[in-house]
Design a protein around this ligand. Structure first.
Ligand code: HPA
Length: 278
């Protein structure tokens, strides 16, 4: 399990390249990396240059950290993330969020690609997370397991307000003003890498999940442990399949294809939220 000293060492390596006082961290999920191209005065650091930083092995996740300004807000932006299914521990997957804390980040914007479970969701819609179901955590895999570093956060962090209400409200109004189809809902985290079975989708629907994906929740746990404000958004890239023998199958290509539609939508919401933060 990485220590505070390792997070600080990674932060120091990043600081050698730029002294920009970042306050907002952004994580761009599968196929959603396009916003990184809009960063002004971008300093780009390959993950491989940062000690301890997990590399992403998935197509659609480019693996660079970008630091610069978006809408005049100094941001640190992760273009691609590492996932639990790639073989990383929950602590390794969340290493970047700890490092962002040591860079000065106080608000975190997370994005992901997700399968739509709620029958009213369409491919290309944006779902603002207002809660989550941590199925991986229920199996005993949680990035906060292990000795607690009290200097980072408390032993038993609460999760009833994990998704910042003000940020959700801003994101929703910005999306509506930009005619982006938007919902608020519950995200279920499963490890993957396989897509869900129809029976699993029916179970998830029954227990109140609106969308399902393979990321984000461990990052939220670690961010809330350190009292960062969190905004998380899913891009609905495919409809989860709830019946056997439908002849349909979710694919990563489909996820990346829908990402093309979602990049401008997610980007406009993130721009609006950053402008509101100034
Ligand atoms: N299931 C899990 N993760 C996903 C999906 C899905 O249908 N789509 C994009 N990420």
């Amino acid at each position: 399990m990485p220590s505070s000293a390792e997070y600080q060492q990674a932060a120091a390596v990043i600081r050698q390249r730029t002294s920009l006082p970042v306050r907002v961290g952004i994580v761009l999920g599968s196929g959603l990396g396009g916003l990184a191209d809009e960063v002004q005065g971008a300093v780009t650091i390959p993950y491989g240059d940062i000690p301890g930083w997990p590399q992403s092995t998935v197509p659609g996740h480019s693996g660079t950290l970008v630091i610069g300004k978006l809408d005049d807000v100094p941001v640190v932006l992760q273009r691609g993330r590492a996932h639990f299914y790639e073989g990383y521990s929950a602590q390794q997957v969340t290493f970047p969020i700890r490092v962002m804390h040591f860079l000065g980040v106080q608000a975190l914007i997370l994005t992901n690609a997700a399968g739509g479970i709620n029958a009213s969701y369409r491919v290309g819609d944006v779902m603002i997370l207002n809660d989550h179901l941590n199925f991986v955590g229920m199996t005993g895999l949680n990035p906060l397991i292990g000795p607690n570093d009290d200097s980072l956060g408390e032993r038993f962090p609460g999760m009833s307000g994990a998704y910042d209400r003000d940020l959700r409200n801003v994101a929703r109004s910005v999306a509506q003003a930009a005619n982006v189809p938007v919902h608020e809902g519950v995200y279920a985290w499963l490890s993957g890498p396989n897509f869900e079975t129809p029976a699993e989708i029916r179970m998830l629907r029954t227990v109140g999940a609106d969308a399902v994906g393979m990321s984000t929740v461990p990052e939220v746990l670690v961010a809330r442990h350190m009292h960062m404000r969190v905004l998380a958004m899913s891009g609905i890239t495919n409809a989860a399949i709830a019946e056997v023998d439908s002849g349909m199958e979710a694919t990563h290509e489909e996820v990346l294809e829908a990402g093309k539609l979602l990049v401008p939508r997610m980007s406009s919401v993130i721009h609006g939220v950053l402008r509101a933060l100034i």
